[in-house]
Design a protein around this ligand. Structure first.
Ligand SMILES: Cc1cc2nc3c(=O)[nH]c(=O)nc-3n(C[C@H](O)[C@H](O)[C@H](O)COP(=O)(O)OP(=O)(O)OC[C@H]3O[C@@H](n4cnc5c(N)ncnc54)[C@H](O)[C@@H]3O)c2cc1C
Ligand SMILES: NC(=O)c1ccc[n+]([C@@H]2O[C@H](COP(=O)([O-])OP(=O)(O)OC[C@H]3O[C@@H](n4cnc5c(N)ncnc54)[C@H](OP(=O)(O)O)[C@@H]3O)[C@@H](O)[C@H]2O)c1
Length: 276
């Protein structure tokens, strides 16, 4: 018999009985503060790529301990993928970081969110601006053929403190470009239309700096050979800390783009990658 993981011991008896229980099918650790995992997908769960759900574990008090998580997998995937922070003293992630294949988590199958195609008006170029785990909803959208059907060009920027924190995003973009099924879904002629722009702010890397700074000084556009943001052609989705979101929002509005919502689509949409 295999040894039970720490999560299983405290969680299994309660969670496995829950109608919202899902089984962990894979776990991968990137750094001491980042990991990704995959779980079974409820047969009834339909979602739009970019949306988030509530997931969690059973708390020590016997009550579910739930947090918002962007679904990182696309809507056609048979399983669900999540990309997670590990907060040392975080009520959920101090335990969630120990999950292993075969463990159960709780997943409330009610997807919501604003980082969806429906909240943007049609455009030519889609910018996906992310920091840290804010890349997660874009990991979903980048694997959704609709993203490439709707836009002539898709540029994803990811800014982290250190190089290792870029790994999940870099491998995701590489997998989109090399995976045979995704190539077919997206269309061979569209593969060069996916542009990846990673930057770091603390550890030395080929491109350094906050993306807000690189927008302000024009380096982002000169590096990519693209014109500045234009409300006639450019659309954007933003996901990072509150401070990051506010700073990018100001820059997008300065360029003449308006914030959209599911009920009122416009030129850009924003969602917090975490609260606090
Ligand atoms: C709409 C939405 C979507 C989210 N999607 C994701 C996701 O896909 N992946 C993910 O890891 N988290 C995501 N979060 C954050 C998540 O809900 C939890 O906050 C996180 O799992 C930590 O939970 P916790 O109970 O361990 O700590 P919490 O008590 O929730 O957080 C403790 C502190 O840790 C820091 N923190 C929390 N989450 C993050 C993070 N993601 N990145 C950096 N610092 C953080 C903050 O300073 C926070 O105050 C999302 C939050 C929102 C609102
Ligand atoms: N002590 C540590 O070593 C350590 C390491 C990782 C995380 N943490 C903690 O974990 C939490 C989240 O850390 P995180 O690194 O995932 O997220 P984060 O603090 O939001 O930083 C992620 C990336 O976004 C950049 N950024 C932050 N605010 C920005 C803004 N207003 N405009 C443009 N870019 C911005 C950061 O650049 P800058 O580097 O310039 O801020 C960094 O490259 C924080 O509360 C942090 O204290 C601590």
């Amino acid at each position: 018999m295999t040894e039970q993981s720490p999560v299983t011991q405290t969680n299994a008896t309660h969670v496995a009985k829950s109608p919202d229980a899902q089984v962990v099918t894979a776990v991968r650790h990137y750094t001491d503060s980042l990991f990704s995992f995959r779980v079974t997908r409820p047969a009834s769960l339909r979602f739009r790529s970019g949306e988030f759900v509530m997931i969690g574990l059973m708390g020590d008090n016997g009550k579910p301990l739930m947090r918002a998580y962007s679904i990182a997998s696309p809507n056609w995937d048979e399983e669900l993928e999540f990309y997670s922070i590990k907060v040392a003293d975080g009520p959920l992630t101090s335990r969630l970081q120990h999950i292993q294949e075969g463990d159960h988590i709780i997943l409330r199958p009610k997807p919501v969110g604003t980082l969806v195609h429906d909240a943007l008006v049609p455009g030519k170029r889609l910018w996906l601006f992310s920091t840290g785990t804010g890349f997660a909803p874009f990991a979903s959208l980048l694997r959704d053929p609709e993203t490439f059907e709707k836009f002539e060009q898709v540029i994803v920027t990811h800014t982290c403190r250190d190089v290792a924190e870029l790994t999940y995003g870099r491998e995701l973009v590489e997998s989109v470009k090399s995976d045979e099924m995704l190539r077919e879904l997206i269309g061979e002629e569209n593969l060069d239309k996916l542009v990846y722009y990673p930057t770091t702010t603390r550890e030395e890397s080929p491109k350094m700096g906050r993306i807000t700074h690189l927008i302000e000084n024009g380096e982002l556009f000169s590096d990519l050979g693209l014109p500045p943001l234009d409300p006639a052609t450019d659309r954007a989705m933003v996901c990072g800390s509150l401070a990051f979101n506010l700073d990018i929002k100001a820059l997008l509005e300065q360029a003449g783009l308006r914030e959209g919502a599911n009920s009122d689509p416009a030129e850009f949409v924003i969602e917090k990658a975490f609260v606090g």
